[in-house]
Design a binder for this molecule. Structure first.
Ligand code: ADP
Ligand code: G6P
Length: 469
């Protein structure tokens, strides 16, 4: 096979940009949603590498192109493949199962077949682009089979894999049909990275249980090679958020938001993709109970929930949307006043500037997922609070909770505990809040996304030095 010329290739389900609607014949692109792209895009821009991924639209094949110094190689997906590989196997089977099965995973044979076919297409596209001995970094649960497929085609490559979501305990993983194929897929990598060491342990235990392998520490021998499994907690570009938070226009927008919401009302904020793992329903319900109990009044406080539309064609997401909208309507009906809604619910995406203005305006940031590999919103909030004000309420079931020790930690399944955490954050002493925020800021500053990428690539080895600044 003829080999490509890229020393560094990132492979992810999505390209870092989505095609947005434009005039016929014109092309317009916007940053893709979610934590994966937010985390990787800054480092790949530095490296002038290639990125293999889907444009986010069915039957879309724009061909390869360059954007901001990155070579983009779209992998086209038909409408049926989007349905079966993306909405089906990736987001109705693997996503819920890997998140503690907080929604019931659905299993279909046709989805698995298409998942494998699409993974093969990603592997083939990557094999064509990568130079001899190149470093390839494959990402996330949509592409679990790619490392092995790639190794079979190109044994010369250094192959890393990073899972952005949790890796489930052995008993849960064992429910997956064709489970050993998925595990063998991952074992095609030289280095498998996870958000938390618990996930790496789950992976190694699974290798022992399912394939009879014998892990030693973080390493396991497989087909004559050594595979390393280790935690690399992902992070954010602190300097980008910090710069936006210092921008006078962004600060003016934060002041405007507060004025619009009613002057001295204290602001609770949630910012998430509208996903059932994020605990949005439980959070809104807890806020409603605080109002009902009189622990917080509608004159005193307001909740803004920004929910980015996500995976709209998947039934469980549609049902979630309906439940959230009903609950918001109920609370506003029961506790609102003319011109003074208790809950402002925005089913919208926002620009980075707008998000940072919201972070700056918020007195209490609510990050309460039922399960989350990391949660970058929590780290972004901390990065934005250069004024050392504001409180973070954080679910213990996020990767971020292991790092951000200044947060008000809650169990999102326990509405009483959620309410306790929300009230404690609202009533906390400003000096205590400042001390907490300082601790968290210094942690995020020390552990930003550049360091994450550098550490992963250093352990992986191979020719990628251009990422190290
Ligand atoms: P996930 O990866 O599951 O979506 P994360 O919290 O790790 O969750 O990452 C979400 C990313 O998407 C963050 O960078 C956040 O700023 C961005 N984001 C979330 N909600 C919105 C929104 N409404 N508009 C724009 N960006 C958003
Ligand atoms: C999470 C996943 C990513 C995914 C993102 C957005 O961050 O880990 O792999 O890209 O959510 O979801 P979407 O389905 O829109 O790509």
């Amino acid at each position: 096979m003829e080999q490509g010329r890229y020393e560094f290739v990132v492979v992810a389900n999505r390209l870092p940009v989505d095609r947005v609607s434009s005039e016929p014949g014109e092309e317009a692109w916007a940053r893709s949603p979610g934590g994966l792209v937010s985390a990787l895009e800054p480092s790949v821009r530095q490296s002038r590498g290639a990125w293999v991924g889907w444009t986010g639209a069915p039957d879309d094949d724009p061909g390869q192109f360059e954007l901001d110094g990155v070579h983009l190689r779209p992998v086209p997906l038909s409408a049926e493949e989007v349905d079966q590989y993306y909405e089906g196997q990736s987001n109705s089977t693997i996503w819920p199962l890997f998140h503690d099965a907080v929604e019931q995973p659905v299993h279909r044979r046709t989805w698995r077949v298409t998942y494998e076919a699409v993974n093969r297409r990603f592997a083939e596209a990557t094999a064509e682009l990568a130079a001899e001995g190149a470093t390839v970094w494959v990402h996330d649960y949509q592409l679990l089979l790619v490392p092995r497929m790639l190794r079979e085609a190109r044994p010369d490559l250094r192959i890393g894999f990073f899972l952005h979501i949790p890796f489930p305990p052995v008993e849960l993983f064992m429910q997956l049909p064709r489970r050993a194929d998925l595990l063998r897929g991952l074992l095609g990598a030289d280095l498998v990275g996870f958000q938390q060491s618990l996930a790496a342990d789950n992976f190694l235990q699974l290798a022992a249980r399912l394939l009879g392998l014998e892990p030693e520490g973080e390493r396991v021998e497989y087909e004559g090679r050594t595979v390393t499994a280790r935690a690399f907690p992902i992070s954010i570009d602190m300097s980008e958020i910090d710069r936006l938070a210092a921008d006078p226009g962004v600060q003016a927008e934060a002041r405007r938001l507060r004025r619009e919401l009613g002057g001295d009302r204290r602001l609770f904020l949630g910012v998430d993709r509208l996903d059932y793992t994020k605990g949005i329903e439980q959070r809104i319900e807890a806020y409603g109970e605080l109002l009902a109990a009189g622990a917080v009044s509608n004159d005193e406080a307001v909740l803004v929930q920004v929910a980015t539309p996500s995976r709209l064609r998947v039934a469980q997401y549609q049902q979630l949307r309906e439940r959230v909208e009903r609950e918001v309507g109920r609370i506003n009906g029961e506790h609102g006043d003319v011109g003074k809604a208790p809950v402002h619910y925005l089913f919208q995406s926002r620009t980075r500037e707008e998000l940072v203005a919201l972070y700056l305006a918020a007195d209490v940031m609510l990050v309460t997922p039922l399960r989350d590999g990391m949660n970058l919103v929590a780290k972004e909030y901390v990065a934005a609070r250069r004024d050392e004000q504001g409180a973070l309420v954080l679910s213990e079931f996020t990767g971020a909770a292991a790092e951000l020790d200044g947060a008000f930690v809650v169990n999102p399944y326990d509405v009483d505990d959620l309410e306790r955490g929300m009230a404690a954050a609202l009533r906390a002493d400003p000096a205590d809040l400042a001390a907490r925020m300082r601790r968290m800021r210094s942690h995020v500053r020390e552990h930003d996304v550049d360091r994450w990428a550098r550490e992963f690539l250093d352990v992986l080895g191979g020719p990628v030095s251009s990422l190290s600044r």
